[in-house]
Design a protein around this ligand. Structure first.
Ligand code: NAD
Length: 486
């Protein structure tokens, strides 16, 4: 069955013309010495100096920031939330210019940044220690202390959201931060710096350094960075973990995915179709948790596919700033070519479907797919949904888990028992029942297996951004046993 929108070979019609990329160090924008030249010719030595300067700035700011009460830190994060909500439209437009995603989606992303600042601003005063009574009136006090300077590194698909999801909890817990955005989306991390400064966050608490992988690598190896929080691909995540091992640093990794979306024969079909669109074509398919392996029960496969293809044809690809655009532009040409390469290989391996070229790629629905295809096994990170037909619950659970990834998954059924039974078998950090790609701030998010280590969001990050210090208080005499003879 053919799919895709057909015929449109559009070029990207706008430039990233927002200036920069700037660093943000010590509470102000500064021109990186390397920024007048494209990143590709960045002098590694200069990049290192700038990472060093940012880490120094974060280290200097640590004592004052960590000595504020949780309530004082929380108030500043709440104020940052208010500023973002007040400027949501302008910031969303910056995000569109940087990523090529449609404006309606950017508004959702920036709204979620405000939500995260609000949530962790509210949580900050509640981060407290423990008092543990011990024998003879002695006791222990367990303090929750910040880790120190956190080094964050981000991908390009949700630039500001990725940054805020790391920075809001880290700052709430009294840490300071150096963030390196993706070289493809350098802008809104600097905007976040300006928002935080306007909200009263002291200079140096949050810093941004621009650069390619080598800047990230230097940040990971920096001896004054206590914790690494990374979002990106599995191969880079593995390098970040190795760098963390060398310096005995705590590491959180949010990596790739190839998630299953399972539609049983009793599913509410319209919801399943809508969710499949959300699970595959948001942000031009460049979403880590996407449900790109769409398993559909054989008895409804034909109807489901026809309706999905028809809904896909109705998507409007075009200028991401236009209000009626539903699908925008791929991040850059090399990535667009990579996505098209997967389509070619899928066709060679027997799949049927289409996707048009340029930086604007028509979303594709591939049918006749099987589990061994490259497009089914590897993360495409583009608008390519692969339909896989199944016959039994046992079969689909086995196939859904037959992957090195484990970021997310979904089950569509009206049978409550089956929904929970299957969801409990899926090896993934998030399983949606009858919906897809929802990430409220209060809910932990992260991956099993190669999809990552640790979680973001929710209260689970208390462990990720703090360490305990136990004060043992002796109320009696020292008991040295036979070691001490009077
Ligand atoms: P990438 O791994 O190529 O780059 C990510 C970041 O790492 C960039 O800022 C890059 O400059 C930096 N980097 C590159 N080499 C480095 C090194 N040796 N040391 C330190 N930093 C280095 O990934 P990408 O192409 O930017 O993003 C796409 C990937 O991100 C996909 O696999 C996607 O699934 C994943 N992702 C995951 C999540 C999640 O929450 N799990 C969210 C978004 C994206």
């Amino acid at each position: 069955m053919a799919s895709g929108l057909g015929g449109q070979v559009l070029r990207r019609s706008f430039q990233r013309s927002v200036g920069g990329p700037w660093n943000y160090v010590g509470g102000r924008r500064c021109d990186p010495t390397h920024a007048t030249a494209p990143f590709k010719v960045m002098a590694p030595a200069t990049g290192r100096e700038e990472v060093d300067r940012a880490v120094r700035s974060a280290k200097d700011a640590l004592p004052a920031w960590s000595k504020l009460s949780g309530r004082e830190r929380g108030q500043k994060l709440m104020e940052a939330c208010r500023i973002i909500r007040e400027n949501l439209e302008d910031i969303s437009r910056l995000e569109v210019q940087d990523t090529g995603k449609p404006i309606w989606e950017a508004r959702v992303d920036i709204g979620s940044c405000a939500d995260a600042l609000e949530y962790y601003g509210g949580l900050a005063p509640a981060i407290v220690g423990q008092h543990i009574p011990l024998s003879g009136g002695s006791f222990a006090m367990v303090q929750r202390r910040p880790l120190g300077v956190v080094g964050g590194i981000g991908a390009w698909n949700f630039p500001m959201q990725t940054c805020v999801w790391k920075v809001a909890p880290a700052l709430a817990h009294g840490n300071t931060f150096v963030y390196k955005p993706s070289q493809f989306t350098p802008v809104t991390a600097v905007t976040l710096g300006e928002v935080l400064t306007s909200a009263g966050v002291m200079d140096g608490v949050f810093n941004v350094v621009q650069g390619e992988g080598e800047a990230g690598e230097h940040l990971c190896h920096h001896p004054d960075v206590a914790k690494l929080s990374f979002t990106g691909s599995v191969p880079t995540g593995s390098k970040v973990m190795a760098a963390g091992a060398g310096g005995i640093k705590a590491v959180t990794l949010e990596l790739g995915g190839k998630s299953p979306l399972i539609v049983f024969e009793d599913a509410q079909l319209e919801n399943a179709i809508k969710a499949t669109l959300v699970a595959n074509f948001l942000s031009q398919g460049q979403v880590c948790s996407n449900g790109t392996r769409v398993f559909v029960h054989r008895s409804i496969a034909k109807t489901f596919t026809e309706r999905l293809v028809s809904a896909t044809r109705a998507l409007k690809i075009g200028d991401p700033m236009a209000e009626d655009t539903t699908v925008g532009a791929t991040i850059h040409e090399e990535h667009a070519r990579k996505v098209l390469g997967y389509l070619t290989s899928a066709r060679e391996e027997g799949a049927v479907g289409d996707l048009e070229g340029g930086w604007y790629l028509s979303p594709a629905v591939l049918t006749n797919c099987h589990d061994d295809m490259k497009v089914v096994r590897e993360e495409v990170f583009g608008s390519v949904a692969a339909i896989l037909v199944f016959d039994s619950e046992e079969e689909v659970v086995r196939k859904a888990n037959d992957t090195l990834f484990g970021l997310a998954g979904a089950v569509f059924t009206r049978d409550l028992n089956r929904a929970h039974r299957v969801a409990n078998e899926i090896e993934a950090g998030t399983v949606w029942i009858n919906n897809y790609n929802l990430y409220p701030t209060e809910v932990p998010f992260g991956g099993y297996k190669h999809s990552g280590v640790g979680r973001e969001n929710g209260t689970t990050v208390v462990e990720a951004f703090t360490q305990t210090r136990t004060l043992y208080v002796e109320m009696g005499d020292v008991d040295a046993g036979p070691l001490y003879v009077e």
